[in-house]
Design a protein around this ligand. Sequence first.
Ligand code: HEC
Length: 149
Amino acid sequence: MRVLSKAILAGTVLAMAMGAAQAVDPDDAIDYRKGVFQVFVWNMGPMGAMASGDRPFDRDVLAMHAEQLNRVADMPWQGYVDGSDLGNTGALPAVWTNRARFDQLAEEFQQATANLMTAVESGAGERELRGAVGAVGRSCRTCHDDFRQ
Ligand code: HEC
């Protein structure tokens, strides 16, 4: 009997947790993904400036930002939930009407940050690192061109 009631309780808790996971408030999802993009730009800004020569090249600083950006590169996309096309968002409706392409660009972006990490970890030279940062920057722009207002 005790075992049975424990099983029922566990089932109830699980059902409640699943219900909570489904009921994502679209406004919270928008805030969430925009917050992650602030993390993106915080890390990309200094690296982009180094790549373009606007800021002195510093391998350690670049390595730190590359690692941080790579760590969060998969995070914004889960915020594009149903219903979050409306509201205080800078996303174009194309995210929802052309989701396959959006997902593909998100995937390519993660590949670009992973490639940058590989370059950092393999001790690549300054020119190669600038190139890898440039590829990440182009990946940001490619997606913004089609999916951001
Ligand atoms: C796969 C698509 C995609 C990629 C890759 C991408 N973005 Fe974005 N970005 C968006 C979309 C869509 C928005 C609109 C925000 C929203 O959903 O409300 C956005 C918004 C932003 C914003 C504004 C957030 C706000 O507060 O409104 C910043 C800053 C930003 N992106 C920076 C970057 C940087 C830097 C990179 C690359 C390191 C990047 N993004 C890569 C799609 C992308």
